[in-house]
Every structure is written in structure tokens, then in C-alpha cells.
Design a protein around this ligand. Structure first.
Ligand code: C5P
Length: 312
């Protein structure tokens, strides 16, 4: 008698990494390398990207599949930041870049919430575990910074001060939990385009960024005071995002009329973030945005959230 054995499942690793909101984003004048010096306070939100990395035969190379809301808007080739993260880690550690990546999107695409950066951070942690390359977090952060300015923060999570391009991070102390609601547009904004508009609006003469400007916001975080935090929200890219998407002004106004403690464009937009008093209040703001047609989708969540973390 012949017996058949099912093939053993390939080893795989699952990692989750968060999206972010910039509580404050201060942008200096463009430098010769085309980047802008930043002082920013990142906060990770409990909307996660999930990446599963599965072993494949030697020489099979990298492949990628994506599901979740807005998955159809994500490239499935080497331009995908998760793909580039696997490649970068393989190059850095001298292993062969062989892996099947599966990404489940939980962060808005091209929304100024660093969903692609979270994919890259999750992929670095997943491939590091799958390939048993054992890089310390500090070294993973160096590889992360080479992939994009927001990738190191997606590794770290929680709340942090970012300087340089936003990639030099110092953890910030916070107390308590904050309730956020996000107005998400199906039509994303390109980060480089928003920075270009910022350069036009400031005629290349933006004020130098100062960490001291963040004192009220840092105090609000340490005190766990959502009212003070709402008053301190700030985004230097907001005028540029509003000039490219004037309708976002109404989204901000609706949140403020709904009693939001603060409302701001998230990162380079077009997502609008509103800070609420409670989960009920967040749901009420979300309902107003939906009723007024101010967003294609609304997402309620809490913060701060953890950084890239192994699930299995
Ligand atoms: O680093 P990342 O790939 O996320 O940056 C995307 C684009 O955003 C850059 O090519 C640059 O145009 C702009 N950028 C910038 N200054 C920063 C971060 C990003 O001008 N500090």
C-alpha cells in the first residue's frame, strides 16, 4: 500500500507594524540633497500593517502579494517598499534574497500615515527572523533609514521625536491613551509633490526648525492631557496639502465644529486627523464626516501603539 504525506508547510514569520500620525511636523528650508530638515513628533496609532514572510526554495527570489482595503492601489513589484526592504536586508547581511511576502494593509495607502514605511519595517523584522540574520534593532534601524525617512519610526513605535530627515529618533515619554479619528481619501497625495508645493509657498525661505518649539506639546504628552495636546498639534506641510486639496479645509472645520480637541492634516496628507475626548466622541466626529461626505472612509483608533513586532 502506498501512503501519501502532505508536504510540510514552509516556515513563515508574521510581523505587525503601525501607521503613524505626526503630532507636530516642522519643516526647514530644502537642502542641497533635496530633503528638508525636520523636527517632528511621531505617534504610532493602532492601525497595523501585517507582513508574513514565508521561506521559498533557494533561487526563487522575492515575490509579494497584498490584500486588505485599498490593496489594489499597491504595486506588486520591486518598487514596493516591502520588496525593497527584503532586498536591502539581504544585501546588508549577505544572504540570498529568497522570500514570499504577504502584506495585509491596515493603514490608509498614500495617506500621510506611513503605511508603506510600516510594510518596510515589518518586512525587515520578519526577514531578519526568517533568515536568522539576528541584527540588533539599532542595525535594523540603519537599514530602515536607507529605505525611507519614516521607516525607523515604524520599527520603534510609541511616541518619538524625529530630527534629521525624521529618521533620527528619541523616544518621548507619554501618559495615557489618546483617541483619534482619521478622514481618509481614496485619492492619495504624493509626498515629494507636497514638499515641492511647500518650497513654492515658502519660496525656499522656510524658518529653521527648533526643538524648543515643541515644549508645550512634550509637556502635554508627559501630563497625558488631551486638551493641551489638541491645542499643540501643528503641521508645516498643512498649507501645502490644503493648496493641493482645498476641500480638506472643510474636513478640518467639521472636526473642530464637532468639538475635536485639535485637527490637523496628517504628515503630507491628504488624511485629516482629529483628536477626540473619548471613543464615543471619535465615533461622533466620524459620523459627522461620513454624513457630510467629507471622507471616503473614516477610521477610529487609539494611540500610542507598539512598533514592529513578531506575532509568531
Ligand atoms: O524618505 P522618503 O522616501 O519617505 O521621502 C519621500 C520624499 O519626500 C523625498 O524624496 C523628498 O522629496 C521628500 N522628503 C523631504 N524631506 C524629508 C523627508 C522627505 O523633502 N525630510
Amino acid at each position: 500500500m502506498t501512503s501519501y504525506l502532505a508536504p510540510a508547510p514552509q516556515p513563515s514569520v508574521r510581523v505587525r507594524a503601525p501607521g503613524k500620525v505626526n503630532l507636530s511636523l516642522r519643516v526647514g528650508p530644502v537642502q542641497e540633497d533635496g530633503f528638508h530638515p525636520l523636527v517632528t513628533i511621531f505617534q504610532a496609532v493602532a492601525l497595523y500593517e501585517e507582513v508574513t514572510a514565508t521561506q521559498v526554495p533557494v533561487g526563487a527570489g522575492i515575490s509579494i502579494a497584498v490584500d486588505g482595503p485599498q490593496a489594489d492601489r499597491v504595486p506588486l513589484d520591486e518598487t514596493n517598499l516591502a520588496w525593497r526592504a527584503a532586498e536591502a536586508l539581504a544585501r546588508h547581511t549577505g544572504v540570498e534574497p529568497d522570500v514570499a511576502l504577504h502584506v495585509t494593509k491596515g493603514v490608509p495607502v498614500a495617506g500621510g500615515m506611513a503605511g508603506g514605511s510600516a510594510d518596510a519595517a515589518a518586512t525587515l523584522v520578519a526577514c531578519d527572523a526568517l533568515w536568522e540574520t539576528g541584527l540588533p534593532r539599532a542595525e535594523l534601524a540603519v537599514v530602515a533609514a536607507g529605505l525611507g525617512s519614516d521607516v525607523p519610526f515604524a520599527l520603534l513605535g510609541h511616541t518619538a521625536v524625529g530630527t534629521g530627515r525624521g529618521d533620527l529618533l528619541t523616544p518621548a515619554m507619554t501618559r495615557g491613551e489618546f483617541h483619534w479619528v482619521f478622514a481618509v481619501s481614496d485619492d492619495g497625495l504624493s509626498t515629494p509633490e507636497v514638499y515641492r508645493r511647500f518650497d513654492e509657498l515658502t519660496a525656499g525661505q522656510a524658518r529653521d526648525v527648533e526643538l524648543a518649539d515643541e515644549a508645550p506639546l512634550m509637556h502635554a504628552l508627559r501630563a497625558g492631557d488631551p486638551h493641551a495636546l489638541g491645542a499643540a498639534l501643528h503641521n508645516d506641510l498643512e498649507p501645502a496639502a490644503l493648496s493641493l486639496r482645498p476641500e480638506l479645509e472643510r474636513t478640518l472645520t467639521l472636526a473642530r465644529e464637532g468639538g475635536a480637541l485639535g485637527a490637523v492634516v496628517s504628515g503630507s496628507g491628504p488624511t485629516v486627523a482629529a483628536l477626540a475626548r473619548s471613543r464615543q466622541h471619535a465615533l461622533a466626529i466620524a459620523a459627522t464626516w461620513t454624513a457630510e461626505g467629507a471622507a471616503d472612509t473614516v477610521w477610529c483608533t487609539t494611540a500610542p501603539a507598539h512598533g514592529a513586532r513578531l506575532l509568531t
